[in-house]
Ligand binder design. Sequence first.
Ligand SMILES: CC(C)(COP(=O)(O)OP(=O)(O)OC[C@H]1O[C@@H](n2cnc3c(N)ncnc32)[C@H](O)[C@@H]1OP(=O)(O)O)[C@@H](O)C(=O)NCCC(=O)NCCS
Length: 182
Amino acid sequence: MTALGPGAWPPAPIGTERLVLRESEARDRAAFIELFASPEVGTYIGGPRPRDEIERAVPEVPGRRPGLFVIELDGAMIGMITLDRRDAERPGHVRPDAGEAELGYMFLPEAWGCGYAAEACVAALDWFADALPVEPVVLSTQTANDRAMRLAAKLGFTEVGRFEEYGAEQWFGVWSPVTPSG
Ligand SMILES: CC(C)(COP(=O)(O)OP(=O)(O)OC[C@H]1O[C@@H](n2cnc3c(N)ncnc32)[C@H](O)[C@@H]1OP(=O)(O)O)[C@@H](O)C(=O)NCCC(=O)NCCS
């Protein structure tokens, strides 16, 4: 992610009630491969990729970049959260100069339905609001992706618009940090 303030990345590991958000490490490689190969995970995000192709493509330390948090439960990776700059060429923007921070989330199916994604996203958004105060965060997901839609609403994202992309209807929303008044 560009334009993070000096020293903003990587942050020290962030602990929540049940989880840890941290930079990726070599020991996460198998979980990354599982995420990209899982048909359930891929349903609304372009489909899974063949496992042997992923095995070849995933580096020794996968996902080592600013804005990518590995989410750990009891010492093992269960998913990841990304905060990346949204490509100016894509539809959906809230700033005239584009390049908004965009939230993404992907968890292993065995970790769904426990509130882990919500717990981790709240912590990531808190971190972001501290690192880059006043910047909005955007998110887009297929409207058919019920779980992702419910999570976006729970996190406080509000709809900006809908459009077609990748042959499906997409929901595009924005989240802004609550600034104390007075
Ligand atoms: C999108 C995704 C992260 C959502 O995961 P999730 O586990 O459904 O999301 P949450 O963390 O909000 O958990 C909500 C569920 O946990 C349940 N839950 C159980 N214990 C809970 C607790 N202690 N606190 C909160 N919720 C809890 C909720 O009731 C809810 O259950 P429900 O789905 O049966 O209604 C996941 O489906 C995923 O990785 N999908 C594949 C990748 C993808 O499509 N990403 C989106 C791209 S835009």
